[in-house]
Design a protein around this ligand. Structure first.
Ligand code: DGL
Length: 273
């Protein structure tokens, strides 16, 4: 049996961060239906062990498969860095993450081959961005910095607050005085602090947003596998949102950053999968 090309794409994250990837999918693949899962009960993943991140990712993939998805995007840097290699072997649909697209874009953007990566503790400690980028170009040198407080600042709506400037200075001072010419926003929450980080780092630094690059990778993948949904004639595709906790808070946040308002966010028990 062939693949149902009208089936939705599954997208998941530890919480709201993956909405920055969903936003890019909505913008650049407007014909694709999306089923999103945010693991709001178990966020943050950035401080969890590899074993748990793999276990969570497996459960979410099983849940998304019950929705008949044709492909899955792991819209979380932490799960992409720690679980993608394992879980993509276990299913018969394509699974992509955000790390490879982000790494490729940074290697392309850098001129002096000095790249910074910011992300969660688990992402930075995994060294996955460094490994992938040095495989693409062995001359690249990489500095990593975990910025765990950026996640709650974004989730609490502090993106424009002055306290966020102090935290940015605390985390990124050493990046600013380093010789990097490109900086990867290696956590799906960070594009929501993009302008603050850009103001701080200066406009000579190229900020790489893996969310956009991932949407472009998905576009290529669907084309390559002959899975593009060209059956839509209406205004836009359908978007369904599921979370493991606090659906109302998620919906409010989603409606503040997505181009279309979410009508319903459904809570499910992810431990059942
Ligand atoms: N969305 C996660 C990521 O991109 C960050 C939040 C978390 O720690 O779960 O790594």
């Amino acid at each position: 049996m062939g693949v149902d090309y009208t089936a939705p794409v599954g997208v998941f994250d530890s919480g709201v961060g993956g909405l920055t990837v969903t936003r890019e999918i909505m913008r650049h693949l407007p014909n694709e239906h999306v089923v999103y899962f945010g693991d709001t009960a178990r966020v943050p993943y950035g401080s969890k062990s590899k074993d748990n991140i793999i276990r969570y990712s497996r459960q979410i993939i099983r849940f998304l498969q019950t929705k008949g998805v044709k492909a899955i995007v792991i819209a979380c840097n932490t799960a992409s860095a720690l679980a993608l290699d394992v879980v993509r072997q276990e299913v018969d649909i394509p699974v992509i993450g955000v790390v490879i697209p982000g790494a490729r874009a940074a290697v392309k953007a850098t001129e002096n081959k000095k790249i910074g990566v910011i992300g969660t503790e688990a992402t930075v400690q995994s060294g996955m961005y460094t490994k992938i980028m040095q495989k693409m170009d062995p001359e690249v040198s990489v500095i990593g910095k975990a910025c765990p407080l950026f996640v709650p600042l974004v989730e609490e709506g502090f993106a424009k607050h002055k306290v966020t400037g102090e935290i940015i200075d605390y985390y990124l001072d050493s990046m600013r005085t380093s010789e990097i010419d490109s900086l990867i926003l290696g956590c799906t929450h960070y594009p929501l602090l993009r302008s603050r980080i850009m103001d701080y780092m200066g406009d000579k630094i190229h900020l790489v947003n893996p969310a956009y690059e991932t949407a472009m990778d998905l576009k290529h993948l669907l084309k390559e596998k002959d899975m593009v949904n060209d059956a839509i004639t209406g205004e836009h595709a359908t978007y369904s949102f599921y979370v493991s906790d606090v659906a109302d808070k998620f919906k409010q946040f989603a409606n503040s950053i997505l181009p279309y308002d979410i009508e319903i966010t459904q809570q499910i028990n992810i431990e059942e999968y």
